[in-house]
Design a protein around this ligand. Structure first.
Ligand code: FAD
Length: 519
């Protein structure tokens, strides 16, 4: 089975993934939670109580644009569009917290309808939050004032494939598996497989600068985009006349990562590649994280890079691999996953061997490949048991990666231990470049009586550690509302002012995603 065979999952609010295929916690995990002092909460989820919103009559101007059947104000639709899938989002959902609920959901069916919705909302001073897949984990779907959600799911077409240039034009609402399936019918792949693949969409990948698990071979999503169309309250911006250009700054890069603050991306032109005819995934064992880091840096800098390259630290290796025999019968050590779309590259294996790696075969690689979209399903049963579980990510230049890892781990451990809930912190290198890499952390501890505040405190400590150690506040999740202040500090006041000036031109009424990306 490949990614093009996977179905689009209709996400249910407040729980990740396909409700028809939940994941039970393995017994070993339940035991581990006891060691962390995790206790099942007494109270269960609370149903949301509707709060007075805008009425259908007040929103009739939207019905005039998209048709009454494409504007909804009912509680179920609005609740389903309330926030995304960070752990604080899920906890607020369980608490029945409707404070960030949209007043309506609008489903435009074309670029022109998106333009008309934006113009109408500007005229009525009504804030707009675009939603493509709705999988944001950085508070990217919760505006700071009353808003309508513009759900782009009706923009679900593969518009064009240019086989000579190897590009495809995809509309913003095409979800990951649908894009892959549409391209597979023509013999192509996009090669973009984030762990949220089952639910996330083309528009969200572009808006939040997503990076997929095959980034070593296919690149980040922003590297795949060669053109895009942006609807703004003032009209259309079309970018990407040629693959590369020296005609001024590359404005595509200004839109990529703008998270709906400058406009709504309605379609993108992406680079595509022929579908691979074979795939191989295998595990490599290294004595410790530092040795593994040196090995994967060699591949990233001197090649040849495989398609998938990730390296777990000791803690993550121990948790993910219940069977130590998988690591060649050795005790301890760390595991790297190395995947190839296309023929196996012996030269890659030679570099890893020369750097002290031991090939432990296809078993761990296949286990990872088969389970890679199931891992996030574990979060909900962990929360049910009373665990606090959340992830965060960052990136830095290679020379700073070891100190960054130590600083973030230390900050999380001290903050959560100080709160009486010592955590387990797992880490892996998730994406590599010739100049640096990204680190992805998973944190598990018992919940306090206020798990949202508990995580806010721990995340603040981690964010400070990231800044002090020279990392970025986000490698691929984006800014949203959660990282807004840290992002402003990272780029400095003059750069923030420049972004505000761009917003002022494109969105003079400030209706687009207020409070997201920028204050
Ligand atoms: C379990 C899980 C695993 C994840 N794994 C990964 C991963 O491996 N890699 C990764 O990169 N991310 C990952 N994410 C984060 C998330 O999936 C990505 O940020 C993704 O790019 C969001 O896509 P989306 O279509 O769901 O966007 P949305 O959540 O709908 O939107 C994201 C932001 O962009 C804005 N926006 C949405 N559509 C548009 C548009 N068309 N034009 C302008 N602005 C728009 C929204 O208002 C919001 O601020 C994960 C999330 C979860 C829950």
């Amino acid at each position: 089975m490949t990614e093009s065979d996977l179905p689009v999952v209709q996400l249910t609010p407040g729980r990740w993934g396909d409700p028809a295929h939940p994941v039970d916690l393995p017994a070993a995990a339940v035991d581990a939670l006891k060691h962390l002092g995790v206790r099942r909460p007494a109270a269960g989820p609370v149903d949301p109580v509707d709060r007075p919103g805008l009425t259908a009559e007040q929103l009739s101007f939207l019905a005039g644009v998209v048709g009454a059947e494409h504007v909804t104000t009912d509680l179920d639709s609005r609740w389903a569009h309330t926030r995304g899938y960070s752990t604080p989002d899920l906890l607020r959902h369980r608490a029945g917290d409707t404070s960030d609920m949209p007043d309506a959901v609008v489903y435009p069916g074309s670029h022109d309808e998106v333009l008309a919705v934006l113009a109408a909302c500007s005229d009525h001073n009504l804030a707009v939050v675009p939603s493509s897949g709705g999988t944001s984990v950085v508070g990217g779907l919760a505006a700071s004032r009353r808003f309508v959600t513009v759900d782009l799911r009706r923009l679900d077409q593969l518009v064009e494939v240019d086989e000579v240039s190897r590009t495809a034009t995809l509309q913003a609402g095409v979800r990951g598996p649908a894009a892959e399936s549409l391209l597979a019918d023509r013999g192509y792949t996009l090669g973009h497989f984030p762990q949220s693949y089952e639910g996330a969409s083309i528009g969200g990948y572009a808006a939040a600068r997503s990076s997929g698990q095959s980034s070593a071979g296919y690149g980040r999503f922003d590297q795949m985009v060669v053109g895009l169309t942006l609807a703004t309250p003032r009209g259309t911006v079309e970018l990407g006349r040629a693959p590369m250009s020296a005609a001024g700054p590359d404005l595509r890069q200004l839109v990529l990562g703008s998270e709906g603050a400058f406009g709504i991306i309605t379609s993108v032109v992406v680079r595509i590649r022929p579908r691979p005819t074979e795939r191989h995934f295998e595990g490599w064992r290294f004595e410790n994280f530092e040795a593994g880091l040196t090995a994967i840096r060699r591949l990233a800098q001197d090649g040849p890079l495989p398609t998938v390259l990730r390296l777990s630290d000791e803690a993550e290796t121990a948790v993910n691999l219940a069977d130590p025999d998988v690591l060649g019968g050795g005790t301890g050590g760390v595991l790297a996953i190395v995947g190839f779309d296309g023929p196996y590259t012996q030269a890659t294996a030679d570099v890893l061997t020369a750097a002290g790696g031991q090939n432990v075969g296809e078993g761990p690689g296949e286990t990872w490949r088969v389970g890679r979209y199931r891992a996030p399903y574990l979060r909900d049963p962990l929360l049910d048991e009373g665990a606090l579980v959340e992830t965060l990510e960052t990136a830095a230049f290679w020379s700073k990666v070891p100190a960054l890892k130590a600083a973030v781990t230390g900050a999380l451990v001290s903050s959560l231990t100080d709160q009486g809930t010592p955590p387990l912190v797992l880490c892996h290198v998730s994406h590599v470049y010739d100049t640096g890499a990204s680190l992805y952390f998973t944190v598990i501890s018992a919940q306090t009586h206020d798990p949202i505040g508990q995580w806010r405190t721990a995340k603040a400590a981690a964010s400070q550690a990231i800044a002090a150690a020279g990392g970025t506040i986000s490698h691929h999740h984006g800014v949203g509302t959660d990282h807004r202040e840290a992002y402003a500090e990272e780029i400095g006041p003059l750069a923030v002012e420049a972004l505000r000036a761009v917003k002022q031109v494109l969105d003079p009424s400030h209706v687009l995603n207020p409070g997201i990306l920028l204050t």
